[in-house]
Design a protein around this ligand. Structure first.
Ligand code: C2E
Ligand code: CA
Ligand code: CA
Length: 649
């Protein structure tokens, strides 16, 4: 408040100082007939000192205080004293020189002092004391002197002067009130402004915090919908969208792109044996290695489970293959987690833009196909998609879907191929072989059995074969005992419920267990051997004979045969075909072991009389092949048997 008042007072100071100085000059030198001029000059000298002081005060205010926050009490005191001194100087002037003034000078002096008093009522309005008293100090002494003087004109001047003092007093009072109110209003406004600024600041702060919350939330939503929580890589969605953009840019710049589908090998085993927590760490380490090798994070994702995708821009097939091979090398390096040294491999399929496809979904599917085909061929390797792979996959999908409905649609049936005892010439047993007619097409079991195994359909199909074959065999009306031999897949044997299924098939058909053989292919010995042996023993315990099928093609060795205690060993037909080119040796060795260990030997794929004779001469007990008969439906089998018997006799 006081500061604002002083600012107003000093604001008017320069003008008022100049005017007052001019008045002084006019008063001192304007009336040269006044005898007291020399005394007036002394007065002027004193007043000039006062003016210098006022000038210095004003200069100080302008230079050091104006526009700043300062304590106004002392500067206000200085200003007030200077102004009172000015007023008193004029008042003293009028008293001292009253006697020497003629009528003109007196009139002029009264007018000048009145004008000064009038000006002061507004110029000094910001200081109540000064404003109210200034006119009084300036005019009252001269007016009173006039009032009590001898001349009438002097008395009139006196009265006029006093009236003017009263008028000025009320005018100054009004001006002062107005000025003070203005300052107050200004302060209220500035308070309001300050409050508004504070409010604005608050609003801005709230806004900023809201904005940061919204941003955080947006980031969280982005993460949830785009980032895989475990590996922090992009997920399917984000990758597909990024790939789409990349393909657009490839189209624009006429450049190529490779999509790599990466599937870990051996990850499931780690998960099963070490638990999911360790499995998760393996995935994290894998993603770190992938990130280190990938060009950009946007071109890499976890597709799901242990599958990852990488897109390589401006990349031809050679570079993609080189990149994939390096990746396989890096991913196959041991991973140490909690003192376990773990090993995973990676199989990679590659699809190329634009050769194989132009849209992201197709490229991903084709890279997946290539990976899948490669995985079946050989793990931890890479292959580039070919059109033929696409056809293979289409076919596999068709077979898989067909197979899942095959039992229900009554499309399956069993045929039997007799196995002849080379010594007696009689039928020893018949092998049940499965057939599937899909929309009129007879699909080979060599093609559909692997598909059934791959997709877990072999369990229901295998059970159906067991029941159906036993049922048919139990109705055979041969006049000699003919056993039934049924093929069982590795997956069926490893499942654990095979024995109970076999039992139920036997029970349902009333076929004696002694008349049943179960053929298990030699590749089973790549599995957990003790479990396989346990299963074989369980079958043998209920009187079933166990045959080792396709012997010589896979993993078992002659040494292994020793511990197997199989009832029958079926030598694979490839050795019979190559009997003159080295096949004989393995047949002889197997035959020799058979004599020692007490199992029977069957030679498969006997197609000629010459083969049959050679094998008989070598002492091979049983012969099976087209030379004797193709696989037949059960009705044909009995007719065939009648004819075979007649021919023998
Ligand atoms: P496999 O068990 O080795 O069956 C013998 C295969 O050789 C049969 O083929 C049979 O028709 C064929 N064969 C028999 N004699 C000759 C011959 O003189 N020359 C030639 N070239 N081939 C001959 P098929 O019926 O096509 O069966 C193929 C394979 O499918 C079987 O080989 C077996 O591994 C599998 N399979 C067939 N039925 C079943 C089944 O019910 N369950 C399972 N798990 N596998 C089955
Ligand atoms: Ca077989
Ligand atoms: Ca075989």
């Amino acid at each position: 408040m006081q500061r604002d008042a002083l600012n107003l007072l000093h604001g008017n100071n320069a003008g008022s100082l100049l005017v007052t100085f001019c008045i002084c000059i006019a008063l001192v030198f304007g009336f040269d007939n006044n005898p007291e001029v020399s005394l007036k000059v002394y007065w002027l000298a004193l007043v000039c000192v006062l003016f210098l002081y006022r000038y210095w005060d004003m200069y100080h205010w302008r230079k050091y205080l104006k526009g700043k926050e300062y304590d106004a009490s002392k500067p206000m005191l200085r200003f007030t004293i200077a102004r009172y001194l000015t007023a008193f100087a004029f008042s003293a002037y009028s008293i001292v020189f009253f006697e020497s003034m003629d009528i003109i000078e007196l009139a002029c002096t009264i007018v000048i002092l009145s004008a000064m008093a009038g000006g002061a009522s507004t110029v000094l309005a910001a200081h109540k004391g000064l404003a109210l008293s200034y006119a009084f100090i300036l005019l009252t002494p001269l007016s009173v002197l006039c009032l009590f003087a001898n001349e009438e004109y002097q008395n009139i001047f006196g009265i006029l002067g006093l009236i003017f003092v009263v008028v000025m007093f009320s005018s100054a009072k009004y001006s002062n009130q107005f000025t003070i109110e203005s300052i107050l209003t200004k302060h209220q406004n500035s308070d309001l402004l300050q409050q508004m600024e504070l409010k604005n600041k608050e609003i801005l702060e709230v806004n900023a915090s809201l904005e940061s919350k919204v941003q955080k939330r947006t980031e969280q939503i982005f993460e949830l919908s785009n980032i895989d929580p475990l590996t922090k890589l992009f997920n399917r969605n984000a990758f597909s969208e990024n790939l789409k953009l990349l393909l657009d840019s490839c189209e624009l710049h006429d450049s190529s792109l490779a999509v790599l589908f990466i599937d870990l090998d051996g990850f499931k085993a780690i998960n099963d044996s070490h638990g999911h927590a360790i499995g998760d760490k393996v995935l994290i380490e894998t993603s770190t290695r992938l990130s280190a090798q990938a060009d950009m994070k946007q071109c890499l994702c976890r597709w799901g489970g242990d599958e990852f995708l990488i897109a390589l821009q401006d990349c031809d097939v050679e570079r993609a293959l080189e990149f994939a091979n390096n990746l396989i090398f890096n991913l196959s390096l041991p991973i140490t987690i909690e003192h376990h040294e773990l090993h995973v491999g990676a199989t990679i399929g590659i699809a190329m833009y634009p050769e194989h496809g132009t849209d992201e979904a197709k490229l991903i599917t084709l890279a997946d196909t290539a990976m899948y085909v490669q995985k079946q061929l050989a793990k931890s390797d890479v292959c580039v998609f070919t059109e033929q792979m696409g056809e293979t996959l289409q076919r596999e999908i068709k077979l898989k879907e067909g197979l899942s409905q095959a039992i229900k649609n009554d499309e399956l049936f069993v045929v039997f191929q007799p196995v002849i005892d080379s010594k007696s010439g009689q039928v020893g047993f018949c092998e049940a072989l499965l057939r599937w007619k899909l929309n009129g097409e007879l699909v080979s079991p060599m093609e559909f059995i692997p598909v059934a195994e791959q997709h877990g359909l072999i369990h229901s199909i295998g059970a159906w074969v067991l029941h159906e074959s036993c049922k048919l065999a139990s109705k055979w009306t041969f006049d000699e005992t003919v056993d039934l031999s049924i093929n069982v897949s590795v997956a069926q044997l490893m499942h654990g419920d095979l024995v109970s299924i076999v039992k139920s098939a036997l029970a349902g058909s009333q076929l004696p267990a002694e008349n049943l053989h179960i053929e298990i292919t030699e590749s089973i010995f790549a599995q957990d051997i003790s479990y396989v042996l346990e299963q074989m023993k369980a079958l043998q315990r209920i009187g079933i004979k166990v045959s080792v099928d396709d012997f010589g093609t896979g993993f078992s060795s002659l040494a292994l045969l020793q511990s197997l205690s199989a009832d029958v060993v079926k030598i694979d037909q490839s050795f019979i075909k190559s009997i003159d080119e080295g096949g004989k040796a393995i047949i002889q060795a197997t035959q020799y072991m058979a004599n020692e260990l007490g199992y029977s030997v069957v030679a498969e794929g006997v197609e000629t009389k010459q083969q049959a004779d050679t094998l008989s001469e070598m002492g091979v007990e049983c012969l099976q092949g087209f030379y004797f008969s193709k696989p037949m439906k059960t009705g044909e089998l009995e007719l065939w048997h009648e004819a075979f018997k007649a021919q023998r006799n």
